[in-house]
Write a protein that binds this ligand. Structure first.
Ligand code: NAP
Length: 418
């Protein structure tokens, strides 16, 4: 028998079924109707896996895509790999308590209070066993998006290496907020040799008040860099300042977004360049000198890539982890080769990067930037609002096992891992 949302069974007692917010193919589309609460089986653990009783679950953009069924149908993709489930339990951020461990698990024990990072890969993947970056392995996946039984159910299935100690000073909802976006931002800033963040670097951060943006701002500041945010209104800009941005640019004051006029259209190119230079001058004003960003943190994609490549310092890097506004971005190769810039894709994080990020959270150097805390029932609504760009302040979290804002009764059940 499943227990109610907001409750936990005694430690180590795993019910046969649980409540989960599922997505099914017949409901793909608007996340408000794509998600639905139902009872599903609690799956058996494979070797190396851990069952986490989810106290709180972070909301991320990847399950906006899963709910819409684009760019991929995550359920069909898994069924092609031989998995039986015809539903998707998403959710790539969790804070919770270890309730069961599979065969061969070491370093993770019953009752550990953990946060979960979203990198998933086969332990016996030859790329991984050779000691290479597992996020580049053929078997690399995003937990709670490419894999089933993420954090939008009462029990989540994770790999042991994903479990990191929860910061003791954070509530469940605070702890569940930042890991996916924070670890992604950490890899973008520190993961690409030749272009790792250095003290004094100016970093331009698109969507500064959003989940990824507010973590990037703090990480840049913590490393002695100069974070400059781009936002779409003053309130979002002020939010970025609170988390350490040197200043912000309001993208609504510029008009050159999207694919620029073709290079054979000299007049169109002139107007585009004029506006892009105006944007660059506004950035110099924020920085206080004519210093271009050595790193640009990209995710809007089609709307902004031409500007990112233009504005990036010679020899600098535009590092991108999404294409929220579209995938058909154009790059003016003249800026690329003459000024020897790098356009780098980045996805998720490996264990080393995730743990390095989590250590900063545990030390209190990075604030989780908790946004709205919502009830389990509102997970569909929260994804709809995220997809529409409504209320973009930090990271939203749904309560699952945690009964109310605060530390919750599971503190009496679990223990903080050291
Ligand atoms: P979010 O909290 O919803 O923030 C998105 C931000 O994008 C908003 O702050 C918004 O800021 C900005 N934005 C919206 N439309 C824009 C436009 N036309 N031009 C420029 N900026 C625009 O989302 P998030 O959690 O930060 O995630 C951002 C993206 O990164 C998503 O697509 C997500 O899937 C992706 N992501 C990828 C990974 C990975 O591992 N690959 C990991 C985490 C996130 P303003 O409107 O204020 O400008």
């Amino acid at each position: 028998m499943a227990v109610s949302i907001g409750e936990l069974p005694p430690l180590g007692e795993v019910p046969e079924t649980m409540f989960a917010q599922t997505v099914r193919a017949g409901r793909f589309g608007d996340p408000r109707t794509a998600f639905g609460v139902e009872q599903v089986p609690v799956p058996a653990l494979a070797p190396g896996q851990v069952l986490v009783a989810v106290m709180a679950a972070g909301i991320n953009y990847n399950n906006v895509w899963a709910a819409r069924g684009i760019p991929i149908d995550v359920i069909a993709e898994r069924q092609r790999r031989g998995e039986p489930w015809d539903f998707h339990v998403g959710g790539s951020d969790a804070a919770g308590i270890v309730y069961a461990v599979g065969a061969g698990v070491t370093g993770v024990s019953l009752g550990d209070q953990v946060v979960v990072h979203h990198g998933w890969w086969d332990q016996d993947d030859p790329w991984v066993t050779a000691g290479r970056d597992p996020m580049l392995a053929p078997s690399a996946k995003i937990w709670g998006y490419n894999t089933n039984f993420g954090s939008f159910g009462q029990f989540a299935v994770v790999q042991a290496h994903q479990c990191m100690p929860k910061a003791p000073h954070l509530t469940w909802e605070q702890a569940a907020a930042p890991t996916l976006v924070g670890t992604t931002a950490y890899r973008m800033l520190h993961g690409w040799a030749g272009h790792t963040l250095e003290s004094g670097d100016v970093v331009l951060i698109w969507g500064g008040s959003g989940g990824l943006g507010v973590q990037a701002i703090q990480l840049v500041k913590a490393a002695g860099g100069v974070p400059v945010a781009v936002v779409s209104d003053g309130a979002r800009g002020e939010y970025c300042l609170k988390y350490g941005a040197k200043g912000y640019l309001n993208r609504k004051e510029f008009t050159h977004w999207g694919i620029p006029p073709h290079w054979t259209d000299a007049g169109g190119q002139r107007s585009w360049s004029k506006e892009a230079r105006r944007f660059r001058d506004a950035l110099y004003e924020v920085v206080g000198e004519r210093q271009a960003p050595r790193l640009v943190i990209e995710h809007p994609g089609e709307a902004t890539i031409p500007t990112s490549v233009f504005i990036c310092a010679p020899g600098g890097m535009v590092v991108i982890c999404a294409g929220t506004t579209g995938y058909s971005a154009t790059v003016d190769l003249r800026y690329q080769w003459v000024f020897q810039k790098r356009l780098q894709g980045s996805h998720g994080s490996n264990d080393e990067q995730a743990y390095a990020y989590n250590d900063l959270v545990r030390q209190g150097a990075i604030d989780p930037a908790l946004g709205e805390v919502l009830p389990f029932a509102d997970i569909g609504r929260a994804h709809y609002e995220m997809g529409e760009g409504i209320e973009v302040f930090g990271n939203r979290v749904a309560l699952v096992g945690a009964p109310h804002a605060g530390l919750g009764r599971a503190d009496e059940i679990g223990r903080t891992a050291q």
